[in-house]
Design a binder for this molecule. Structure first.
Ligand code: PGA
Length: 252
């Protein structure tokens, strides 16, 4: 099965209108093959401005978070429905910074995934272990604990519309990348965990690797059997580097 390749750029709390002009003028002209989707995830305030500048059909808009609620007294929050209305197609959910800094729980994240799907957004569900958890050989336990509540909440069949990003917390923004072999081994575990519920669905899920991906290491990572693209932080803010990462994914 040909899985969709995805490169998602997570700008975090970075970027401005000038950067939107620069990156779109560079990326709009690229010719992508049909099996690749590039997702740009700016801050909420920049979504509309970016949306207005995207003219390449392979480039989609993504948010960095959503509320699990559909409407109501939740000051500062944004619902999936509101995002859908302004052409957002993807939503990063459960990023490790949301989990560690903002205290999001596995159950809350499962509800967010459900809300995204109910409102036509493709969730990019982030999972990953900390350095201590890996050292204690708890990686598989942690990933299972992060995945199971989502399976329980939405049912395995809905994973046909879910993208998963494996991001070891110790590799995010640190310059320390998982080796291609280590990343592949973990991706294989994630796919097998899904396959234990439904083998056909598991085969079709795009699994992205994230954590210090750059132009130099992307080729070997994307060459791995179970790695279908990347969730890119720091390098998504460097236009030349991001362009190389996108073209590497196309060639893999
Ligand atoms: P990084 O971030 O590429 O800067 O490590 C990845 C992420 O946080 O999604």
């Amino acid at each position: 099965m040909q899985r969709q390749k995805i490169i998602a750029g997570n700008w975090k709390m970075n970027g401005n209108l000038a950067f939107i002009d620069t990156i779109t003028s560079e990326l709009n002209n690229l010719e992508f093959t049909n099996n690749i989707t590039v997702v740009l995830c700016p801050s909420f305030v920049h979504l509309s401005a970016l949306s207005a500048k995207i003219s390449n059909k392979n480039i989609k808009l993504g948010s960095q978070n959503i509320s699990e609620h559909s409407s109501g007294a939740f000051t500062g929050e944004t619902s999936a429905d509101m995002l859908n209305e302004i052409s957002v197609k993807y939503a990063i959910i459960g990023h490790s910074e949301r989990r560690s800094i903002f205290g999001e729980t596995d159950n809350q994240i499962a509800e967010k995934v459900k809300s995204a799907l109910a409102n036509g957004l493709t969730p990019i569900l982030c999972i990953g272990e900390s350095e201590t958890e890996r050292a204690q050989q708890k990686t598989e336990t942690i990933l299972s604990q992060q995945l199971q509540p989502v399976i329980d909440e939405i049912g395995i069949e809905k994973f046909k519309d879910v993208v998963i990003a494996y991001e070891p917390v110790w590799a995010i923004g640190t310059g320390k990348t998982a080796s291609p072999e280590m990343a592949q081994e973990t991706h294989q575990f994630i796919r097998q965990f899904l396959a234990n519920n439904n083998a056909e669905i598991a085969e079709g899920v795009s699994l992205l690797y994230g954590g210090s991906v750059n132009a130099a290491n992307s080729k070997e990572l994307f060459a791995q059997t179970d790695i279908d693209g990347g969730l890119i932080g720091g390098a998504s803010l460097k236009v030349d580097e991001f362009k190389i990462i996108c073209s590497t994914a196309q060639g893999s």
